[in-house]
Design a binder for this molecule. Structure first.
Ligand SMILES: Cc1cc2nc3c(=O)[nH]c(=O)nc-3n(C[C@H](O)[C@H](O)[C@H](O)COP(=O)(O)OP(=O)(O)OC[C@H]3O[C@@H](n4cnc5c(N)ncnc54)[C@H](O)[C@@H]3O)c2cc1C
Length: 532
């Protein structure tokens, strides 16, 4: 059995940050275990190829929900990156942090040190934002956050219509005001490559002799002596290995895998563990509970002319774009086809936006085309409403004592009536927005859900039948103070020594934004807490 000071389980968004920060001191011997392989597939680096990579079986854990009772009993895919960089190597690269009050709420739940003023320095430390150093942004951190380039036809008309609708145009969602319509920032580097945490944080640290990185190494169990976690058992190349941690094990396996590994190790709701054939070591009822996810409902319109992304999807043009990206790191393959993003309120009395809207000059089922050989989808504009503050809660449960068997996962999407009401109101609002000139002139006809879907019941039925998710799951190792908390404000496992959890699973309440940047912040802060 080999010894390390720190063992990090999972080289994802959080794990790569932790590996960098903890190994910065050459006296710390750090081991990073990653179940997946290296992030060497070239399509991972190309921003436009995002939709091609995130479901690939060799890069993804391949989880699915149980049938979702309030979403047409459908089973929804839950892609999670299984490679260096984790989900930051396969995600949509939008950089967003959450509303300042989201973090103040965490602090007010009895979690000192997690208010916005406390976490802002960690967001800034990680970031090299294109705006440079400002009150709200970091200018020299490892993670490049780049300026988005949109199009010249749709964007100005959309913004004019939105202003007439009462929204403000903003050039920074992370400054004094966090509401309005504008361009998203992206974690894409200056050469037009994806800035995953593997590229930004791990690569610069990998040369350090005090950092060992093991890929294709699946942690199967935590090693426990009395009430202390002292190491990790992992499987690699058909053999089981054991490693000891002199100081701490840091669990960074993500929202589905961190609770799974705890439960496989006997830490979790005792009854459930017994049912699955695991002897409970520490009854911790909150493990796997409190699962939260952003539900999404979309609308789409046929465009009135050849104004949308469809033109770029002609096979020969796309080939040239990919070549241009490979040679110069520029052009449409170096970015995502997003027109704009909006954070808005469905009711004026709310204290912060409850919907994030993404406007696209295309839609998911668009495809490459070529005259006479293959037809395209046609010019289409779409808009997807993301429910920022869902009230529904789901779970991750142990199915078997065998680590290779996936846990059961249910999001309980739209279980709370308020969630569907907000998506319904948002759908109506966006329909009104698209009635306003000059945006109205860009579209011919609503094709999704379509004019026949009008009443509350019709809209609700349609949302339940088509709802998808943002792939922002959080909350299953909740940070908190009550009986349902899994870790405390220091991210230490409640009731045992030697282990912290530092990944998306610790968020007590989901932030009102995408989750990669907040997870990176959590890992930055965790590293300071660990190093004291
Ligand atoms: C398709 C998709 C699109 C997304 N789009 C965006 C976006 O545009 N913007 C945004 O901000 N967020 C986005 N997200 C969400 C964001 O990427 C995640 O919230 C974030 O990456 C989670 O970080 P994490 O460290 O908790 O987990 P992960 O990054 O998933 O890392 C967990 C790591 O642990 C490894 N691991 C797990 N179990 C074990 C084990 N037993 N042994 C060894 N290793 C293990 C995994 O293989 C993985 O590498 C998206 C996610 C997905 C999947």
């Amino acid at each position: 059995m080999k010894d390390f000071d720190y063992i990090i389980v999972g080289a994802g968004s959080a794990g790569c940050v932790l590996a960098n920060r903890l190994s910065a001191d050459p006296n710390n011997r750090v081991l990073l275990l990653e179940a997946g392989g290296r992030d060497s597939n070239p399509f991972l680096r190309m921003p436009l190829a995002f939709l091609r990579v995130f479901m690939r079986p060799e890069l993804n854990w391949g989880y699915w929900t149980e049938p979702e009772p309030n979403a047409g009993n459908r089973r929804l895919p839950l892609p999670r990156g299984k490679l260096l960089g984790g989900s930051s190597s396969t995600n949509g690269m939008v950089y967003a942090r959450g509303h300042p009050r989201d973090f103040d709420d965490w602090r007010d739940m009895g979690l000192p040190g997690w208010g916005f003023a406390d976490v802002l320095p960690y967001f800034k430390r990680s970031e090299a934002n294109w705006r440079g150093e400002t009150d709200y942004h970091g200018g020299s951190g490892p993670l490049t956050v780049s300026r988005h380039r949109s199009d010249a036809i749709i964007l100005p008309r959309l913004v004019r219509a939105a202003e007439a609708f009462g929204w403000k145009a903003t050039d920074d969602f992370h400054a004094a005001s966090t509401e309005g319509i504008g361009l998203p920032d992206f974690t894409i580097d200056r050469r037009g490559r994806r800035a995953s945490t593997a590229a930004a944080f791990l690569r610069p640290a990998e040369r350090r002799t005090n950092l060992a990185v093991k890929t294709s190494a699946v942690a199967t169990r935590l090693l426990i002596e009395k009430s202390r976690i002292v190491g990790v058992e992992y499987a690699k190349a058909g053999a089981l290995h054991r490693v000891r941690s002199g100081r701490e094990v840091i669990l960074a396996g993500g929202t589905y895998n961190s609770p799974h590994l705890l439960m496989l190790s006997g830490i979790g709701p005792a009854d459930e563990l017994r049912e699955a054939g695991v002897v409970p070591v520490h009854d911790l009822p909150g493990v796997g509970r409190n699962l939260q996810e952003h539900a999404i409902a979309g609308l789409a319109w046929d465009a009135s002319g050849p104004i949308a992304f469809e033109s770029h999807l002609r096979f020969d043009r796309m080939t040239l774009s990919v070549l241009k990206w490979a040679l110069f790191g520029t052009g449409i393959a170096s970015r995502l086809p997003v027109t704009a993003m909006a954070f808005y309120k469905t009711r004026p009395e709310l204290d912060r936006p409850d919907i994030k809207g993404n406007f696209y000059p295309t839609i998911m089922d668009s495809r490459l085309w070529f005259p006479l050989l293959r037809q395209g989808r046609g010019h289409v504009l779409s808009m997807f409403n993301l429910l920022l503050r869902p009230q529904s809660r789901g779970w991750v449960r142990l199915k078997s004592a065998d680590p290779a068997v996936h846990p059961r996962i249910r999001l309980n999407l739209l279980a709370e009536s308020r969630d569907i009401e907000v998506l319904r109101d948002a759908t109506r609002m966006i329909r009104e927005l698209f009635e306003i000139s000059p945006l109205r002139d860009l579209v011919r006809k609503e094709v999704m859900p379509g004019g026949q879907v009008r009443t509350n019941q019709e809209i609700d039925d349609w949302v339940r039948a088509t709802v998808v998710i943002a792939q922002h799951p959080v909350g299953t190792c909740k940070m908190g103070v009550g009986e349902d908390a899994v870790v405390d404000a220091q991210l230490k496992l409640r009731g045992m020594e030697g282990l912290r959890v530092a990944d998306a699973s610790v968020m007590p309440v989901i932030v009102g934004a995408n989750t990669n940047a907040p997870v990176i912040m959590i890992a930055e802060k965790a590293s300071d807490m660990i190093l004291g």
